[in-house]
Design a protein around this ligand. Structure first.
Ligand code: ADP
Length: 199
């Protein structure tokens, strides 16, 4: 709930539409969601690299970086995870307003949290990208050795082990990262952006 009163939204003199026209492309959030180790960071960064190479304004919002700064006061309780995602959604929205294609790579395990973020965006600007991968495969990859720690009881409330992951019901894009290469995943995302005339 808002604690501020007498606050109004100021429209800036240069609009998102002006920025998009100057850039020659639209802006949106590509919201990657999936288990730890499913490939969100890898694919989100690869998408951003390709967009950058094509001269498109992009930015990556990555989980750990945000937790170092903006959200360093938050932990991994349900309440803190919800607040983490809410703030990231608001930041992503500002980047979209600035004309960027933002990729975000957060587990964002709760459906209602993701839906709350979707609701603050204009229709079509929030693109949910579900990185689907069996937990056994994620655990085998274990790039940050987090599953190993969770199994040893050194991390609690770990998504997929002792905290739930709620898969999206109608994601705009589903990537089966155990079946496609990173390059193919990038192409899948770029094809979607082309189809929607965002790029
Ligand atoms: P997350 O951000 O979802 O926690 P990461 O991107 O950090 O996941 O780690 C995924 C790991 O899986 C990386 O080590 C990556 O190299 C590996 N990997 C293997 N195949 C794929 C694929 N097809 N897509 C994405 N990552 C893959």
């Amino acid at each position: 709930m808002s604690k501020s009163t007498n606050i109004t939204w100021h429209d800036t003199t240069i609009s998102k539409a002006d920025r998009n026209a100057q850039n020659g492309h639209g802006s949106c959030t590509l919201w990657f969601t999936g288990l730890s180790g499913s490939g969100k960071s890898t694919i989100a960064n690869a998408v951003s690299n390709e967009l950058f190479r094509q001269g498109i304004n992009e930015y990556v919002l990555d989980g750990d970086n945000i937790r170092h700064g903006l959200n360093k006061d938050l932990g991994f309780s349900d309440h803190d995870r919800t607040e983490n995602i809410r703030r990231i959604g608001e930041v992503a929205k500002l980047f979209v307003d600035s004309g960027k294609i933002v990729t975000t790579a957060f587990i964002s395990p709760f459906r209602s949290d993701r839906e709350q973020v979707r609701d603050i965006f204009t229709e079509g600007e929030f693109i949910e990208v579900f990185v689907s991968c069996p937990i056994e495969e994620c655990e085998k990859r274990d790039p940050k050795q987090l599953y190993a720690k969770a199994r040893r009881g050194e991390i609690k409330d770990f998504t997929g082990i002792d905290s739930p992951y709620e898969a999206p019901e109608k994601p705009e894009i589903t990537i089966h990262s155990n079946e496609v290469t990173v390059g193919e995943a990038v192409e899948q995302v770029l094809n979607y952006l082309r189809e929607k005339n965002i790029i």
